[in-house]
Design a protein around this ligand. Structure first.
Ligand SMILES: [Zn+2]
Length: 130
């Protein structure tokens, strides 16, 4: 592997690790805020109970998307450890670094990704993407 590419991959790894820390940090913060909001509602003077239900809902969908992103980051980091990160799972060629920088979770080159998308859509009803 060319040195410049492995440097680029290292940079992406650092970005992913930082992003992972930020997500975990943010979700811990959101959790504390919700707990504080709930404590506030135990106060009988405080009448707007619906607020924490809404916050609860927002938090759980936020946590869901954060959890999913952490999973994708972990999968990408695992692929880096195995030395296959940045290789297309279909054709085996290296995915251009520009694509990986824009889409660090990409496991296919652009061409195979569009073929895969058409195959997934055709025939079966695809799950609506969120
Ligand atoms: Zn490919």
């Amino acid at each position: 592997m060319a040195i410049s590419r492995s440097n680029d991959l290292n940079r992406i790894r650092e970005l992913l690790q930082r992003r992972r820390r930020d997500i975990l940090h943010a979700s811990a913060g959101a959790h504390r805020e919700l707990t504080a909001l709930k404590d506030q509602e135990r106060d009988p003077e405080y009448e707007e109970n619906a607020q924490s239900e809404l916050a609860d809902y927002t938090l759980s969908s936020l946590m869901e998307s954060q959890r999913r992103e952490v999973m994708l980051i972990d999968a990408a980091l695992r692929r880096m450890e195995m030395g296959v990160f940045g290789d297309c799972v279909d054709c085996g060629f290296e995915i251009p670094i520009e694509r990986l920088e824009a889409l660090p979770f990409a496991i296919r080159c652009e061409e195979d990704a569009s073929i895969h998308e058409i195959e997934t859509r055709g025939g079966h009803m695809a799950m609506p993407s969120l």
